[in-house]
Design a protein around this ligand. Structure first.
Ligand code: PA5
Length: 425
């Protein structure tokens, strides 16, 4: 079970409003909250038994067995979850570790010629599949990227074979991508109408690229199912209730920025996923906690100064794992030139935990309220638990602050300016 440790908030005399948090959870569960047409994610732990999931696994296996390379094209909620999960399970070096299955390249998450050309070069001569993911089917960045790869596949394999190597994840009925996919005969997967982009990682959006990469997606859904039991329950130790109530309490006490600190590079993208989830859900109507993130201990050497002594607008949420499976012990050095023999025989995780606890104490002393989130291990089951936990807490938290957690009206503003500048009729 995910644990939330709140002793780092107590010294600030801040009390959470648990009654309000429980009312927010109840409104999520009975569907009376704002944005209640987007509550499909609450049922996604059940996706494991669906016909669509059986197709996701079959298609994932086909790609796993036949592809040397998979290009996954998407942006925002149609990108971050799959990448976060892949790095969480396989590390940021997911293409270099000897993992079986295709190399995975993420594109369409920006407009960058050099990046796109580099991937085209990397996949040349390889058996290539493409999974294009866009709920609306009209997002410019993935659509432009897809044009390039569609052409590459058609030039390389011919139109008929190319259409067997392209898989589209999109709306069930409407949108430009759905129309194109039907016309060209691509295999299609659905982004459900009642699941927003940032809540979609446990649908084909996240699970298909993961299955194709050889990740145990059943275990991820099993973890989500486990979290469903305690995150939707009205019990005192419900971590989603605690996290939501405490973050709202510190926000109301003037802490406007939340720094999610994560314990390694492999969790960096999980923090990126978390930032979208919380930023797009909370940040509207002139309200909301700004979500930021740090990788420890690396960022203590760059951002540590600000967190310790900068403007007192921050609170911190530290994510860590109870059991670290990789063991690495500091060796003894005969000359002890670096003076570190006092660490000889200690495991890296013991040193990290000392850094984590030392940092927490220093930050509390420096005026930064600290929450901690502990998951059991950095594995598929814990990942599923963390996903469902953070999604539920996010819904509760945004409802507590009075906004609609599931819309993102502000995302459209830049698009209309950009389209006008590009001359769209
Ligand atoms: O959360 C959101 O709605 C956005 O981040 C979208 O996921 C992102 O813009 C991609 O949209 P689409 O899947 O329609 O291409």
């Amino acid at each position: 079970m995910i644990k939330v440790i709140t002793d780092g908030v107590g010294p600030f005399g801040i009390e959470p409003d648990m009654k309000k948090a429980k009312a927010a959870l109840a409104s999520l569960k009975d569907g009376s909250c704002k944005g209640n047409d987007f509550l499909g994610w609450l049922k996604l732990p059940e996706y494991i038994g669906s016909e669509e999931y059986a197709r996701v696994k079959a298609c994932g296996k086909k790609i796993y067995d036949n592809a040397d390379a998979l290009v996954v094209i998407g942006i925002g909620g149609s990108y971050l979850g799959a990448r976060a999960a892949l790095e969480f399970i396989c590390s940021q070096r997911f293409n270099e570790t000897g993992r079986k299955g295709p190399k995975v390249y993420f594109l369409g998450n920006g407009i960058n010629a050099a990046d796109t050309l580099q991937v085209l070069e990397l996949v040349k001569g390889k058996s290539l599949y493409v999974n294009v993911i866009s709920k609306s089917g009209t997002t410019l960045e993935p659509a432009v990227s897809f044009r390039i790869f569609k052409k590459y596949l058609e030039d390389t394999y011919g139109k008929e074979e190319a259409s067997k190597r392209i898989v589209a994840t999109t709306d069930a009925r409407k949108g430009a991508l759905k129309g194109l996919a039907d016309a060209e005969g691509y295999e299609c997967f659905v982004v459900p109408d009642n699941v927003g982009g940032r809540y979609s990682v446990l649908t084909a959006v996240g699970l298909l690229p993961l299955a194709a990469a050889g990740i145990d997606t059943d275990a991820i859904l099993k973890g989500a199912k486990e979290a469903e039991k305690y995150c939707l329950a009205e019990r005192e130790d419900n971590p989603a209730l605690l996290y939501a109530a405490y973050r709202q309490a510190v926000y109301e006490n003037g802490k406007k920025v939340e720094v999610l600190s994560v314990p390694s590079e492999s969790v960096r993208f999980f923090a990126e996923w978390w930032k979208q989830l919380y930023g797009e859900s909370d940040g509207k109507d002139g309200k909301g906690i700004f979500p930021a993130s740090c990788v420890y201990t690396a960022d203590l050497h760059s951002m540590g100064q600000y967190i310790q002594e900068g403007e007192r607008i921050l609170f911190e949420t530290g994510l860590s794992f109870e059991n670290i499976s990789s063991k690495l012990v500091v060796p003894t050095s005969e000359d002890n030139a670096d003076g570190l023999n006092y660490l000889a025989g200690k495991d890296f995780s013991e040193i990290y935990n000392a850094a984590r606890d030392g940092v927490k104490k220093a930050h509390i002393d420096g005026g930064v309220p600290c929450l901690e989130i502990r998951a059991e291990k950095q594995d598929e089951v814990s990942l599923g638990e963390l996903i469902f936990f953070f999604e539920t807490a996010c819904g509760i938290s945004a409802i507590m602050s009075g906004v609609n957690p599931f819309n993102q009206p502000g995302v459209e503003a830049y698009k209309s300016n950009m389209f006008a500048l590009l001359g769209r009729k």
